[in-house]
Design a protein around this ligand. Structure first.
Ligand SMILES: NC(=O)c1ccc[n+]([C@@H]2O[C@H](COP(=O)([O-])OP(=O)(O)OC[C@H]3O[C@@H](n4cnc5c(N)ncnc54)[C@H](O)[C@@H]3O)[C@@H](O)[C@H]2O)c1
Length: 371
């Protein structure tokens, strides 16, 4: 199969769909890989590295669209790129179609086979191609929080781990899923006094067994949340109600009870955020202050650590890309219902129920594409 990968062109997006190592893997299975010149610059992977890995550098994007049978990307295509998609061409990337009618319309019009990373599933009911980005964001939230806690950045001037003779900072993590677990792991590792709040007893039990005495767990209700938030130096927002906007758990009133110079890191901002006072920020200007509390609300946190994020993403996306290239998309999906769950648009039809429902479009079961 001819596979193409492009330079990402969203603001401050430095990740890339295929690393040189992934290109090498595809090439060694006999596939031809077209790489847009400069695609890997953001992770320090120069064109020469891709060539050494067996890729072919192409400077004209239109050329890649004209030749590649599958386009592998990180983020969705921009409108001018969508116009270049061909019927029967495979697009494999994060798509997030539900809130994006314009993109969905263009993908339907293209006749392409559009596989969304974010809806590919696994045996445990998880979303394995989303998970690494949550791991990155969870771990990064503590770094971001620690920096914001520094005096020069508007924080209280508290060191997360304290020092001998001085108490560590108090960190409250709201939501103990992938983001929350990774945040708690980092904070506990630095010696902070960590409490994780969740409302799912099984999650609390798992966290309790893993952390033992290194982190506390607490049931998430209004009273417990209010107490933890008022007491915390750093609060991490990490809740998710799948398919829904994040609940506003930390209210404006609760904010007033917080210490001056305390920090909120709202990782759930991509779902609207779980603090009432959150609004999306960018890596260029990541924080703002309300009532003396520093807010960090960057919606694409993994982009800042593009190197780690790209490799973490390729670890989970490449096996599917290889199977699609080796078997063709239909056979690969016939053999793997979890990959079939990633099919969002095929032959001008929406094949993912939640996308169709959210956009008021007719739904065609993905299995129809396999007939
Ligand atoms: N900003 C970014 O760059 C970035 C990157 C990755 C993920 N995210 C976002 O982070 C959020 C969390 O993702 P995740 O992968 O950890 O999800 P997850 O499903 O693994 O975990 C969410 C947790 O929230 C808990 N929860 C739900 N309601 C709660 C409540 N009222 N109180 C306490 N806990 C509650 C759930 O029980 C679950 O354990 C999502 O919105 C995700 O999109 C953001």
């Amino acid at each position: 199969m001819i596979v193409g990968t492009l330079r990402e062109n969203k603001n401050h997006e430095y990740r890339v769909g295929l690393t040189p190592e992934s290109v090498h893997e595809l090439a060694s299975h006999g596939h031809e890989v077209l790489v847009e010149s400069g695609a890997g610059e953001g992770i320090g992977a120069h064109d020469a590295l891709y060539e050494r890995a067996g890729g072919r550098i192409v400077s004209d994007v239109a050329d890649i669209f004209a030749r590649a049978e599958m386009i592998v990307k990180v983020k969705e295509l921009q409108p001018d790129e969508r116009a270049l998609l061909r019927p029967g061409q495979i697009l494999y990337a994060y798509l997030h179609l539900a809130p994006d009618p314009e993109q969905t319309r263009d993908l339907m019009a293209s006749g392409a086979i559009c596989i969304a990373y974010e809806t590919v599933t696994d045996d445990s009911g998880g979303l394995p191609l989303l998970k690494p980005m949550s791991q990155v964001a969870g771990r990064m939230s503590i770094q971001a929080g620690a920096t914001a806690l520094e005096k020069a950045n508007g924080g209280r001037g508290v060191l997360l781990g304290g020092v001998p003779g001085v108490l560590p900072a108090k960190v409250a993590v709201i939501g103990g899923g992938v983001v929350g677990f990774n945040a708690a792991q980092m904070a506990a590792g630095l010696g902070a006094d960590v409490t994780v709040l969740d409302r799912d007893p099984q999650v609390l039990e798992r966290l309790g067994m893993y952390f033992e005495a290194r982190a506390k767990t607490r049931f998430s209700n209004r009273a417990n949340l209010a107490e933890c938030v008022a007491d915390a130096d750093l609060v991490i927002g990490a809740v998710l109600i799948p398919g829904a906007a994040a609940p506003k758990l930390v209210t404006t009133e609760m904010l007033k009870t917080m210490k001056k110079g305390a920090v909120l890191v709202d990782v759930a901002i991509d779902q609207g955020g779980c603090f009432e006072t959150s609004r999306p920020t960018t890596h260029a200007d990541p924080t703002y202050v309300i009532d003396g509390v520093v807010h960090y609300c960057v919606a694409n946190m993994p982009g800042a650590v593009a190197h780690t994020s790209t490799y973490a993403l390729n670890n989970v996306t490449l096996p599917h890309a290889l199977r699609i290239a080796n078997l063709g998309w239909r056979e690969a999906m016939r053999r793997d219902p979890h990959l079939l769950a990633g099919l969002n648009v095929w032959d001008g039809k929406v094949t993912y129920q939640a996308v169709a429902d959210d956009l008021g479009l007719p739904y065609t079961p993905a299995a129809d594409a396999l007939a």
